[in-house]
Design a protein around this ligand. Structure first.
Ligand code: DQA
Length: 143
């Protein structure tokens, strides 16, 4: 069975209570359960991890090199700062789809740059929790 790694970056464990005006009321548990349903339908398996730690995310991607066919990642705040995560994706050459709940280009200036987008196959953003399902479908389409 095809295996896909799903990574949720920092503070995404707080979805549902965190800035609901920006991120909505859907929890991470609900997002994961939608992803698992979709994965089951398409006969792929998912390894889902949420981490607040940059190094841990780098390790996961590095170790995932020969294990996963694709990576679905919301790097959250690390989107805008992490050369390390970007380099890990580039080094692993895992097919990567970047997702964001919000449209980062309609927000504060410091969010209007993604260090991850240049090493991702594509980016889906601005559709709230649906960004994840759309991202997974895009990834599946490419596999
Ligand atoms: C986010 C956008 C980031 O700027 C922010 O730091 C997040 C969530 C999004 O999904 O919209 O934590 O990645």
């Amino acid at each position: 069975m095809k295996k896909i790694l799903v990574i949720h970056g920092p503070n995404l464990d707080l979805l549902g209570q965190r800035e609901p005006a920006v991120y909505g009321r859907t929890t991470l548990k609900q997002i994961n359960s939608e992803l698992l349903k979709l994965a089951k339908k398409h006969k792929v398996s998912l390894k889902i991890v949420q981490s607040n730690h940059e190094g841990q995310i780098v390790d996961l991607i590095g170790k995932g090199k020969n294990k996963y066919l694709g990576l679905l990642i919301n790097p959250a705040a690390y989107t805008h700062t992490s050369v390390a995560i970007r380099d890990a994706i580039a080094a692993s050459s895992i097919l990567t789809v970047e997702v964001h709940l919000s449209n980062i280009y309609s927000r504060e200036e410091f969010r209007q740059k993604s260090l991850i987008s240049p090493v991702a196959k594509g980016t889906i953003m601005g559709f709230g929790p649906k960004s994840y399902a759309l991202g997974l479908l895009a990834l599946l389409d490419l596999l």
